[in-house]
Design a protein around this ligand. Structure first.
Ligand SMILES: Nc1ncnc2c1ncn2[C@@H]1O[C@H](COP(=O)(O)OP(=O)(O)O)[C@@H](O)[C@H]1O
Ligand SMILES: [Mg+2]
Length: 328
């Protein structure tokens, strides 16, 4: 299969807009020379723009995507990664990269992820779901992390150490979602694993990456250039196996596809799952691409693999079980 026409969708109408733009621009650069790329952007207002920044109606945007062989949806967060773009592609009959509607929606929802992960034997932080209008039921009885159920890039996430700070943390989280998680603080190392599903059913699991942070891995640290990554993370053999096993187990339980980054806290009692990102940061310097490079897949190879695997599988249909194609 030679070069293809690949739409790279970036931006998005959520708090991760800028991060998605950076991921998409980086992906376009990496794919240039391998495929013909068609950059498409969703603005903060939800409006679509095409290759030269011209405004597109929604129908024109769908036409543009339909004219491409593969869509690479690089929109983190709600309205993209949460299955929305997968749904759009499925309804339009367009081939797309990555997790389908259901996995995107489940993984975007930190509460649903917790329930699924625990059901398949992973540990997660004990937490309470608080819905808008019910915050009065939330009492401070220990330090907690407060976070929107579905957001990203640490927006709206607070570490609350004092009772008087709980209300402000809840208010900030409720700006981004009408459901908020109040979790016990997990003390452990932050260690991530990237998983890539191949069409033959195999999973390429990366070496683990440790984020060395003093306190929360917050937005400033993620994007201010101060994050200190250790790749590969220094792990004993039992922890390394436990992380790999847990990463693949939750990836499969959620029904993920393509590339996902599975984030853990590594405690003295083993891994505790934090979250699963079905469209992780995708610049050349983001964690998942760095981890895949450590697994032997360079950044351009990773993107090309995602595109070719999607093309091989072809369009997915709403409600279809499996791909309807013979497994390699
Ligand atoms: N229960 C917890 N205990 C300790 N730290 C946490 C907990 N939940 C989140 N954090 C910290 O906050 C950061 C952002 O939270 P996360 O749930 O990953 O949200 P996001 O989707 O915005 O990345 C994490 O990387 C971690 O540093
Ligand atoms: Mg996170």
């Amino acid at each position: 299969m030679g070069g293809m026409r690949v739409a790279v969708v970036g931006g998005g109408a959520n708090c991760e807009h800028e991060v998605s733009l950076a991921s998409a621009a980086s992906a376009v650069r990496a794919l240039a020379g391998i495929h013909e790329t068609v950059p498409v952007t969703i603005g903060p207002d939800g409006g679509w723009t095409g290759v030269d920044g011209e405004r597109l109606t929604f129908a024109e945007a769908v036409d543009l995507l339909s004219g491409c062989e593969v869509v690479l949806p690089v929109v983190h967060g709600p309205g993209g990664e949460d299955g929305s773009l997968a749904a759009l592609c499925e309804l339009a009959g367009v081939t797309y990269v990555g997790s389908g509607v259901r996995a995107g929606a489940l993984a975007m929802d930190k509460w649903a992820t917790k329930l699924v992960a625990e059901a398949v034997g992973l540990r997660t932080a004990p937490g309470t779901l608080v819905t808008a209008g019910r915050t009065g039921r939330c009492r401070f009885d220990r330090p907690v992390v407060v976070k929107p159920v579905a957001a990203g890039s640490s927006h709206g996430v607070s570490l609350v150490r004092r009772p008087e700070d709980l209300d402000r943390a809840l208010t900030e989280a409720f700006v981004l979602d009408d459901r908020v998680l109040v979790e016990h603080v997990v003390s452990g190392r932050e260690v991530d694993v990237a998983v890539l599903a191949r069409p033959d059913g195999t999973r390429l699991v990366s070496p683990a990456l440790e984020i060395v942070a003093d306190g929360l891995f917050d937005h400033a640290m993620k994007y201010g250039g101060h994050a200190d990554f250790r790749l590969p993370a220094v792990l004993d053999a039992a922890d390394a196996v436990a992380l790999r096993t847990a990463a693949v187990r939750v990836f499969d339980a959620l029904g993920c596809d393509g590339l996902a980054r599975v984030d853990f806290f590594l405690t003295d009692d083993g891994p505790v799952l934090n979250e699963v990102n079905t469209m992780p940061g995708l610049t050349a310097h983001s964690q998942a691409p760095l981890m895949m490079a450590a697994a032997g897949l360079s950044y351009p190879e990773l993107l090309d693999t995602l595109v070719r695997d999607a093309a091989w599988r072809g369009p997915r249909r709403p409600g279809a079980v499996g791909t309807g194609r013979v497994v390699l």
